[in-house]
Design a protein around this ligand. Sequence first.
Ligand code: HEC
Length: 177
Amino acid sequence: MCRSMLWLVAACVAWAQPKPPGAGRPATAEEIKDRDITVFPDGRGLPAGKGTAGQGEKVYKSKCAVCHNDKGEGRERQYPALVGGIGSLAAQRPVKTVGSYWPYATTVWDYINRSMPFDHPRTLSADEVYAVTAFVLHLNGIVDAARELNERTLPQVLMPNRNGFVPDQRPDVKAKR
Ligand code: HEC
C-alpha cells in the first residue's frame, strides 16, 4: 500500500514539472556566425581585408560626414567629434575622441563595423571598414594616408592613449593587460 502511494507521489511530482514554454529555437550556425563579430584589442577576430585612408576618404564623405562633419569635427552636441583633443586628457576640460582617448585601433574597427553608420549599421564591407578606420586615424595624425591597414597591420597601430588605462584592481576581476 505504502509502496503504491509512493509511486503516485512520484508520478504527481513528474506531472507537475513545468514544461518549457516552447518559445524560440536553437540558433543556427549561420546566425551564431553572423553575431560573432567581436574584435579583441590584439586583433583576434579581425576578418581579412584592407584599405588606406585615401580609399577611406570616399567612404567617409558619402557615409559619415553627414553626421560627423567633413573633417571629423562633429556636429553640435549630437554627433561626436572623431578628431582632436590629443594631449588634452589631463586638462580641466579633456576632449575625448577616437584619436585622444581610445587605446586600441582594433576597437575603432570593431565599433565602426558593428554600429556605424548610425542609421545603417552592419552595411559596410570589411574593406570599407579598414579604409574608413584608416581615414579617421589619418585625420588624427596617427597613420599616413598611404598606409594599408589590414588584419595584420591594424593591431600594430599605436594609439596615443594606449597607456592611459589601468587594469581593474579589484581582486575578483581577472583583468590582465
Ligand atoms: C546618422 C548619423 C551618423 C552617421 C551617418 C555616422 N555616425 Fe558615427 N556616430 C553617430 C552618433 C550619434 C554617435 C554616438 C553614438 C553613441 O554614443 O552611442 C556616433 C559615434 C561614432 C564613433 C565613436 C565616437 C566616440 O568617441 O565615442 C565613431 C568612431 C563613429 N561614429 C564613426 C563613424 C563612421 C566611420 C561613420 C561612417 C561609416 C559614421 N560614424 C556614420 C552618428 C552617425
